[in-house]
Every structure is written in structure tokens, then in C-alpha cells.
Ligand binder design. Structure first.
Ligand SMILES: [Zn+2]
Length: 410
């Protein structure tokens, strides 16, 4: 999905819907592949034309052509839907504006769009989209063959605002912007804190209760990914360039990566959904999340570094943020330093080695280190500092990541 503001579906102000992007890979027939490739070529032609015309007019007449004029110029000239052509022009101008802003901030390395494209992402706007049950018909203008696709079951009744055809990792993907009914909002003002980690993907507490979600599945999937990827890289390295064998291996590698990363993503989805439900049930309004930036940047050897960079923390935070936002919950990052090592009883810092917390000063022990960590983050963000004799959550629940369904608005 392009990050361009113009290409995103216009945000409706109404409170009873949420705009979300659904992504899924396409399984196309040979005929469809030819059609899709041609569409992407046409979109690239629009982009190239915008580039050339914009510059030529400036060189000849010393004025920059506006967006409206450019849209009028490309109208009806290319083999895609007129609104799809407009979307490309919008992306082009968006790009120019962004570069201009960057230049003004002093980042002069950024170049204005100049490179010739051979393929470009195709966007369909509402006028070009017709959809009935699970069949999606994307118009390419009058007299041209439309692109007919099957939607996944979950999108059969959805309100579709925008569709994009994207080439990602050796495969065509569809990014569909849909409107979904708003979810139940929290009524309450409880504060909670999350300690993200490796053994427990996330530990959340509101001071009274705690929930620790196992990160075991996530870790084993990551390990599998690294192991198999290493095998692929070795084999690919041994083949000749442009050989049939190398091509086959690359296809297999991409297929594997697609598969495993979707599984990893699914697990992260599940973890964040469990947390969202937990927050909703306890009327949590604000959630502080430990920010392990310091932990990740420290160099502790190759193995550890790889494990840390694949912690998938950024992904978890991103998903949590939008899932919680749908319930009206705010997610605030909080510096994690010292939170899991500071004793809840005497607030002295001890470096932790085991999973169970042990204080080197007063001998406090008996709680899980991640629970102490989450409680520490909560304490630090609410009171600004660690309190002596802080109470730990009494009820701690341990959970594996499993699928939960979300409640609809009442
Ligand atoms: Zn202590």
C-alpha cells in the first residue's frame, strides 16, 4: 500500500466505521497474469508521461504544470481506468511535494521523481470497483477487459473503498482498503503497562492482575525461518547466475518466506488481539509499552543480535496500536531501562539472570521477572519514578497465543 496521503481512501468523519487495509496474495491464471502485467505497464507509462511533461513544460515555459492540468493531459490516453490514471498522477505530485518538503528541511540528497518505470502499482478508486458477494470486478475503462478476481471469504460483505495491485516478493498482491463497523469503545479510565519480551512475547498488568502471553511459538517460527533461509542462501550461492537452478531456488525461497512470514504475522495478530480483549474487559484507557531501543542496539554478538532484531517488537507495537485505537485505547511508549531489574520491595537495581526475580539487596523473590518488569513500567510511567514497597499483581495468568474473535460495537 502506498503511504501517499492522496491515494488513501478519504477518511470519513463518522464514528461508526473504521478504515483498514487487507492484504492477500493473488493466484492468477496465465491469461490474468498477462492482463495484470499490461495494466502495470500502462500505469508506468502514465508515471513516465507525468515525469516528462512536467519537466518539458518547465524548460519551455518556465512554469510548473498543476495537478489538475496533468490529470486532464493523461485523461483517456492510457489503457487503464481514468481514475486509476488520476491516482498515478496524484502519487506523482504527492512525491514531488514530499521531496520539496524534505529539501526545505535540508535533506537535499532526495531527488525529485526522475527514473523511468516499467511497472507501476495500479490503483482502483470507487468508480472502477464493482463487487458482488466474493467476485470483485475491476474496470479498466470502457471497451477494455476488466480484471475479475475472487475475494477471500472474510471480505465478501465488506465496503471496499480502494484497491491496489502490488508486486511483492515474486508475486502479485491485492491491497484492499475496506470500511469495517466500529468496535466497542472502552468506558473507564484504568492504566496498564506492557513489557514486551522474548520468553513472554508480552506481559501486561493493570496493577491488580497480570497476563503473560508465551512467545515460544513466535520464537520457534523465527528459528525455523533463519535455519531454512540459511540453507537457501548457501545453495543459491553455489549456483551460476541466470541458471535455471538458481531461478528455481529463488522461487522456492520466496514461497517459503511468504509462507512463514504470514504465519509469524498471524501469531503477532493473535497476541495483539488477546491484549486488546484483555484491555477492553478491564476498561483500560491508557497503555504504556516498554520501549526496548536500548536493549536492541547493544552489541552482544552475532547470535544475540539476530535474535534481538527479529524480536518483531516493532510489528507487535504497530498492530497493538491500531487494534487498541479501534477500541479508543491509547498506546504510549515508555523507556524500559531498569524496569525489570528494579526490586519492587526496596527499589534497588539488581541485574537479573534467571526467569524468577531475585533481589541482591533485600532478597525479595518469588515473582516472574517479566511480571516485575511490566509492573515497573506501570509504576515508572504513572508515578514518574519507582516506588518502594510497590505491590505486585496478585493474579498472574499465563497464556499461549491462540485465536480470539473481536466484539462488535453494541
Ligand atoms: Zn530488594
Amino acid at each position: 500500500m502506498s503511504r501517499c496521503k492522496n491515494n488513501q481512501a478519504k477518511k470519513t468523519k463518522s464514528e461508526d466505521t473504521d478504515t483498514l487495509v487487507e492484504k492477500f496474495p493473488l493466484h492468477l491464471t496465465n491469461k490474468q497474469i498477462i492482463l495484470v502485467r499490461n495494466l502495470q505497464r500502462e500505469a508506468a507509462k502514465v508515471w513516465n508521461a507525468a515525469c516528462t511533461v512536467h519537466r518539458t513544460i518547465y524548460i519551455k515555459h518556465h512554469c510548473w504544470l498543476g495537478e489538475g492540468a496533468m490529470k486532464a493531459f493523461v485523461k483517456g490516453k492510457y489503457g487503464i481506468h481514468s481514475q486509476s490514471a488520476q491516482a498515478v498522477v496524484e502519487t506523482y505530485f504527492e512525491c514531488c511535494e514530499r521531496t520539496k518538503a524534505l529539501h526545505e528541511q535540508g535533506y537535499t540528497d532526495w531527488r525529485y521523481p526522475h527514473r523511468k518505470k516499467y511497472f507501476f502499482t495500479v490503483t482502483w478508486k470507487p468508480l472502477g470497483i464493482a463487487h458482488e458477494e466474493r467476485v470483485l470486478t475491476l474496470s479498466n475503462g470502457r471497451g477494455r477487459e476488466p480484471l475479475v478476481l475472487n475475494l477471500p471469504k472474510r471480505l465478501s460483505g465488506a465496503v471496499i473503498k480502494l484497491v491496489q495491485l502490488v508486486w511483492h516478493r515474486n508475486q502479485y498482491w491485492l491491497h484492499v482498503t475496506v470500511e469495517k463497523p466500529a468496535l466497542q469503545k472502552v468506558r473507564g479510565n484504568v492504566t496498564a503497562a506492557i513489557d514486551p519480551g522474548e520468553i513472554h512475547a508480552a506481559t501486561i498488568t493493570d496493577g491488580k492482575e497480570a497476563l503473560a502471553i508465551s512467545g515460544r511459538l513466535l520464537r520457534s517460527l523465527n528459528r525455523l525461518r533463519n535455519k531454512v533461509l540459511r540453507k537457501f542462501q548457501k545453495a543459491i550461492y553455489r549456483t551460476k547466475k541466470c541458471s535455471k537452478r538458481r531461478r528455481e531456488l529463488l522461487t522456492a525461497k520466496y514461497r517459503f518466506l511468504n509462507n512463514i512470514e504470514r504465519r509469524i504475522e498471524h501469531v503477532i495478530h493473535t497476541i495483539s488481539a488477546i491484549i486488546a480483549k484483555w484491555c477492553l474487559d478491564r476498561n483500560v484507557k491508557t497503555v504504556y509499552i516498554g520501549n526496548p531501543d536500548g536493549v536492541q542496539k547493544k552489541d552482544r554478538g552475532r547470535k544475540h543480535n539476530q535474535r534481538m532484531s527479529q524480536w518483531a517488537f516493532g510489528e507487535l507495537r504497530r498492530m497493538l496500536e491500531y487494534k487498541l485505537k479501534r477500541h479508543g485505547i491509547k498506546l504510549v511508549p515508555e523507556d524500559e531501562r531498569g524496569t525489570s531489574g528494579t526490586c519492587p520491595a526496596c527499589s534497588e537495581y539488581t541485574k537479573q539472570t534467571g526467569r524468577t526475580y531475585k533481589c541482591g539487596k533485600c532478597g525479595f523473590t518469588g515473582s516472574h521477572r517479566d511480571v516485575v518488569g511490566a509492573s515497573g513500567i506501570l509504576d515508572k510511567s504513572v508515578n514518574g519514578n519507582f516506588t518502594k514497597g510497590r505491590k505486585l499483581p496478585e493474579k498472574v495468568k499465563y497464556m499461549r497465543s491462540r485465536v480470539v474473535t473481536l466484539k462488535k460495537a453494541a
